[in-house]
Design a protein around this ligand. Structure first.
Ligand SMILES: [Zn+2]
Length: 141
């Protein structure tokens, strides 16, 4: 895609700090990192988001994810690691070429807050069953 910043990074038009590359994927340092080691993994094929990702692209990308995670772990020994992918502007996606963030976590003041208020009381087992049925009905659509 001509106007896609991540396609330009993959093809070298825009410089990046490469971490890993194979025939299918490219990993590089986020230019606006949250923590030391914050890395992005993208498919070389332009794919907007997870919704539009072909299974083969997903298989190739996620096959590399443990390698990236373990390299970050070995390099920096973080207390933890979040992998985050935003799909759609409402979910926080700003570059519309799929990317998986690897964010090593060092302490509670590192700037990432992953907390949510569960609504367990609303989702009784019956409701969960109905929700699951709706998803199942759409698995192949
Ligand atoms: Zn792209």
């Amino acid at each position: 895609m001509n106007d896609c910043i991540f396609c330009k990074i993959v093809d070298g038009t825009i410089p990046s700090t490469k971490v890993y590359e194979d025939e299918n994927v490219y990993a590089f340092m986020d230019v606006s990192p949250l923590t030391k080691g914050h890395t992005l993994l993208v498919p070389k094929t332009h794919v907007k988001d997870l919704f539009e990702m072909p299974e083969e692209v997903a298989a190739n990308l996620y096959a590399v994810a443990p390698k990236i995670a373990n390299a970050i772990k070995s390099a920096f020994n973080p207390a933890g690691l979040n992998t985050i992918n935003n799909n759609g502007a409402f979910a926080g996606q700003t570059v519309f070429h799929y990317h998986l963030h690897f964010i090593p976590r060092y302490d509670e003041t590192d700037g990432l807050k992953v907390k949510w208020e569960t609504k367990q009381s609303e989702f009784t087992p019956d409701v969960l069953g109905q929700v699951a049925a709706q998803i199942k009905e759409n698995l192949n659509s």
